[in-house]
Design a protein around this ligand. Structure first.
Ligand SMILES: C[S@@+](CC[C@H](N)C(=O)[O-])C[C@H]1O[C@@H](n2cnc3c(N)ncnc32)[C@H](O)[C@@H]1O
Length: 244
């Protein structure tokens, strides 16, 4: 069956949520300048054009599900030479990120509202991203919802194809079985290498720079272990483990 006849299940549920007064203010002030709709990019009404958005050509890191933007704002401030694309469907989160960016004067973030999977598949050119970050993707813990999980075999192949040689895929989750699933599908992707393979259990140490978001905080309170995974795409000329 073709993809068009059988579109993949969305990885999110779109809740229509009201913006707070501060978020609405930030939205009205900054969204026209810094925000774009994935729908417009998919329809062709708006080009996918990071050099035009940022006014320069710099390494690009795309974050899927930036939530309330804590990590995005911190990472962008810490890496001013890197341009960051935050893709999120949850408007109050995007508005909160706009507030953070305005407060801190950080300019190297573009915000996209909509489905990051469709964007990656249809508009992000192959081998064009220096990195992809996915922190605490929705865990969809019920068995019948597992198909909604973002990090699955086809998605990982798509993500790897959009990374430059040597580009990274950084994942974090606090759900044991999702962490195991991430490991399995990423280890099985021939284009990726686990850079934490030499670490305890093959997990990458939690980076100090990542702020503790409400999702990570809840995991700690409820006693779940947070696991990070870091993969890199093989350099075209690097030998593969199997010698090919
Ligand atoms: C559990 S939250 C984690 C947010 C943030 N990364 C953090 O660590 O606090 C997952 C977020 O991913 C977003 N999301 C899920 N699927 C998405 C998709 N396909 N495209 C864009 N955002 C998505 C959801 O709206 C939600 O805000």
């Amino acid at each position: 069956m073709t993809e068009a006849a059988h579109p993949p299940v969305p990885t999110f549920v779109h809740h229509r949520s009201r913006l707070t007064e501060g978020q609405q203010h930030a939205w009205d002030r900054w969204w026209p300048e810094r925000g774009r709709d994935v729908g417009d990019i998919l329809s062709g009404a708006e080009p996918y054009d990071p050099p035009a958005w940022f006014g320069r050509r710099a390494p690009l890191v795309l974050e899927i599900g930036s939530g309330m933007g804590e990590s995005t704002a911190a990472m962008a401030a810490a890496a001013p030479d890197v341009d960051h694309i935050a893709v999120e469907v949850y408007e109050p989160g995007l508005a909160q990120l706009l507030m953070r960016l305005a407060d801190t004067g950080v300019t190297n973030v573009a915000l996209l509202r909509g489905d990051a999977v469709a964007l990656l598949r249809e508009r992000v050119p192959p081998a064009s991203l220096g990195g992809i970050r996915i922190f605490f993707p929705d865990p969809w813990p019920k068995r019948r919802h597992r198909k909604r999980r973002l990090v699955q075999r086809d998605f990982v192949a798509l993500a790897a194809s959009r990374l430059e040689p040597g580009g990274f895929l950084h994942l974090a989750t606090d759900w044991d079985d999702y962490a195991t699933q991430m490991r399995a599908v990423c280890d099985a992707e021939p284009a990726l290498v686990n850079t934490g393979a030499g670490e305890a259990g093959g997990w990458t140490p939690r980076p100090d720079w990542r702020p503790v978001t409400k999702f990570e905080q809840r995991a700690r309170i409820e006693g779940r272990t947070v696991r990070d995974l870091m993969y890199r795409t093989r350099h075209a000329d690097a030998p593969r483990d199997d010698g090919t």
